[in-house]
Ligand binder design. Structure first.
Ligand code: NZQ
Ligand code: ZN
Length: 386
């Protein structure tokens, strides 16, 4: 096992009816900016619950943060905070709104052009505005991690940043919020969380026995409940387990002491930036092909995953690893994910070259565990995904 440090200051408040606790979680006398997305919160009652809990607080509202939040939109919120001297951000939404809040938090007091935060993939350590979240869609883990992904619309770049000052002070996770989610978003949440675990698990054996079993238990739970929760989001047992899986998949715990990959995400972000494909769907398109192209480096873990998550038996490591990839593809298909890029955009033909060129411009010559995802591999993976 590798050495590690574990730091996670987010207070997670989980369960039905917990949005009412906002009144105790938001600092008294705070001048709050409440940020939200395209308006789903007005239709499903979440807005009303938040407003009721914040009665008596000074709250300025800023809506319209789009899915895959735009730098350009977030900078408008930064202006509001500066002009009105607000000092606490409340994100009410999913990964996009929470990631947006993180960027706003970092940008308000940033000396210089806030685009640098993204272009230099900065680690924000201080000078951030504190923020909390009310989660409305389980998927990203953003409610309990310090990462954020923001799109610069003008240049079609989707870029990540983070840092120890980017943890929410608190996040409220009420599983009941998923009832109003469209099936497509429920499917996305399951597959995003599943792939988060895979990015931190499917590398090579490093004798991290507990971390492996943490990861496998999240994967097994998602396999068990994923197909059901998209059909019955009102089932609290399914909803609560789904939501907790998503948080646990990317709150930092399972990545401690182990190598991580993240190349599926890096390639997937480009597909969203270029063609607007939902985040989770890009992962489903890329991940199995990445496992195929990097088979020899990943086959030991693939076989372990095959045995423990999919109950594949036998002694032939290669055969079990290959079957594990097939099982993964079948699960993604069952969850409504697309199997290839050409089903999502007519413009796919030159995608591999575009992505390789972008990665080379950014100096990303060695992604993945041990830097094994080199530009030639990126090309192969993307072309295999057409
Ligand atoms: O904008 P509104 O109207 O609220 O609608 C949203 C949005 O259209 C809707 N929605 C959310 N909660 C709802 C609801 N509709 C009905 N009922 C509810 N309760 O769902 C749509 C998608 O929302 P979004 O926030 O975009 O989804 P998600 O949570 O999947 O976030 C995706 C973003 O997070 C980034 C992705 O790249 C993408 O930009 N990620 C962030 C990560 C992180 N911070 O750690 C890691 C991830 O790998 C990911 O990259
Ligand atoms: Zn993701």
């Amino acid at each position: 096992m590798n050495n590690f440090e574990l730091y996670n200051p987010t207070k997670l408040v989980f369960g039905e009816g917990q949005i009412a606790k906002l009144k105790d979680l938001v600092p008294q006398n705070a001048r709050v900016i409440m940020v939200y997305g395209g308006g789903s919160i007005f239709k499903n009652g979440i807005y009303d619950q938040v407003k009721a809990a914040l009665e008596g607080f000074s709250v300025t509202e800023f809506g319209g943060i789009e899915a895959n939040p735009h730098y350009e939109t977030l900078m408008k919120a930064v202006e509001v905070i500066r002009n009105e001297q607000l000092d606490f951000i409340l994100a009410v939404g999913g990964g996009s709104v929470i990631d947006g809040a993180k960027f706003i938090s970092a940008a308000v007091k940033f000396a210089g052009d806030p685009k640098e935060i993204l272009h230099k993939r900065m680690s924000i350590r201080d000078n951030a505005i504190p923020f909390g979240a009310v989660l409305t869609i389980p998927a990203t883990g953003s409610e309990m991690n310090s990462g954020s992904v923001v799109t610069i619309a003008a240049t079609q770049e989707k870029l990540a940043f983070g840092g120890p000052a980017m943890f929410p002070v608190f996040s409220i996770c009420d599983p009941k919020v998923i009832i109003s989610l469209p099936k497509r978003q429920l499917q996305n949440g399951v597959i995003d969380a599943f792939t988060h675990v895979m990015e931190q698990y499917l590398t090579y054996p490093i004798d991290a026995l507990l971390q492996d079993r943490f990861s496998e238990s999240i994967l097994q739970t998602l396999v068990e409940i994923g197909p059901k929760v998209v059909e019955q989001p009102e089932n609290y047992t399914l909803a609560s387990n789904f939501m907790w899986c998503c948080t646990m998949a990317l709150n930092g715990l399972i990545q401690k002491g182990v190598p991580t990959d993240w190349a599926t995400h890096m390639i997937g972000h480009e597909l969203t930036a270029l063609y607007g494909i939902d985040h989770a769907r890009t992962l489903a398109i890329i991940a199995p092909n990445l496992y195929k192209v990097l088979f020899s480096a990943k086959k030991d873990k693939l076989a372990q995953y095959g045995r423990r998550v999919w109950n594949i038996t036998g002694n032939d490591t290669d055969a079990i690893a290959r079957e594990a990839i097939l099982k993964t593809e079948a699960f993604f298909a069952e969850m409504g994910m697309p199997g290839n890029l050409s089903s999502q955009t007519p413009d796919y033909a030159n995608t591999a070259n575009i992505i390789v060129q972008r990665f080379e411009t950014r100096g990303w010559a060695k992604l993945g565990e041990n830097g094994i995802v080199t530009p030639d591999k990126v090309k192969e993976i993307v072309e295999l995904s057409y």
